[in-house]
Ligand binder design. Structure first.
Ligand SMILES: Nc1ncnc2c1ncn2[C@@H]1O[C@H](COP(=O)(O)OP(=O)(O)O)[C@@H](O)[C@H]1O
Ligand SMILES: [Mg+2]
Length: 272
């Protein structure tokens, strides 16, 4: 999806057209180094452009910009801004916690070297504290549905990531093809202590983990017991971090991708 008239409704419809930042002022986000993007997202001035119309929460398209400094050039990029106060209350997740879960999912993805979630931070903004995530320009020519149905190997790591973070909402629209890879977004309903894996990526169910995947999970296990665990404790409850350790442990014990649990919905609705 593009951030054009289809996708974004300006907050104040009476604003003149030039309230939308012209694209040529924006940094091509796909090329920004993750560490630079994180700094820009944390420290940049955040300005709301409009609301994403197909979103379920108050999910805003915004820009973040930093003026030039002594050792850096001026930067401006698009971002998604989800203020906590715009989170839709859910029965099965404590209120006001989804933004933290999005940041925690990015932390796990980045520490494991998966790079699945775009750079994501927790910060204050015009509508209060929430999450800000780098906006990526999606490659409209890539057919994600056919990648899912043909078990495209590039999606296998996302299936493993979702099993680790217990993602309850991996639908087609939450998979963004960009520059030959696929990013995952909308990780607000992750890290529940209850098993909730709900995904369209069941193509690898029950399949043996590769040696590389086992090694990666072993590294993740020890990181969760030390630094990563401490980082996640800033974002999630103690029980949720412990449950994450147990999920990694269980993946290693079984040595396989999880199977759908027949007692609960395995696929998000709508799936795309
Ligand atoms: N970082 C991003 N870059 C580009 N597009 C995004 C990004 N995050 C979300 N989107 C697009 O916006 C839509 C709505 O965002 P999402 O995170 O799913 O919001 P909600 O929590 O309200 O469902 C997504 O389905 C996706 O198409
Ligand atoms: Mg969504």
């Amino acid at each position: 999806m593009d951030k054009d008239e289809r996708a974004v409704r300006r907050e104040d419809e009476s604003e003149p057209d030039d309230a939308l930042a012209p694209d040529d002022e924006l940094e091509p986000a796909n090329g920004i180094e993750p560490s630079t993007a994180l700094e820009l997202l944390r420290e940049g001035e955040l300005e709301i452009v409009g609301r994403l119309v197909d979103a379920t929460n108050v999910t805003l398209y915004a820009t973040v910009s930093c003026p030039a400094g002594p050792d850096r050039r001026a930067l401006k990029a698009g971002c998604v801004y989800k203020p906590i106060r715009g989170e839709r209350p859910l029965d099965d997740f404590p209120s006001g916690t989804l933004a933290f879960r999005e940041v925690a999912a990015h932390t796990v993805s980045s520490r494991a070297g998966w790079g699945i979630a775009p750079p994501t931070v927790f910060r204050d903004g015009p509508l209060g504290p929430g999450m800000a995530q780098l906006w990526l320009e999606v490659d409209e020519d890539v057919d994600v549905v056919s990648m899912i149905l043909t078990r495209d190997p590039s999606l296998r790591r996302m299936a493993l990531f979702d099993a680790v973070v217990n993602n309850a909402d991996r639908k087609g629209g939450h998979m963004l093809p960009v520059d030959g890879r696929v990013y995952g977004v909308d990780h607000g309903v992750t890290f529940s202590v209850d098993p909730k894996l709900r995904t369209v990526l069941w193509g690898w169910r029950g399949e043996q983990l590769t040696e590389d995947e086992v090694t990666l999970l072993e590294i993740l296990r020890s990181d969760l017991a030390s630094e990563l665990g401490l980082e996640l404790r800033e974002l999630l409850s103690r029980r949720e971090v412990a449950a994450t350790e147990r999920r990694v442990e269980s993946l290693l014990r079984h040595g396989t991708f999880p199977l759908p649990d027949l007692g609960r919905p395995a696929i998000p609705w709508p799936p795309f």
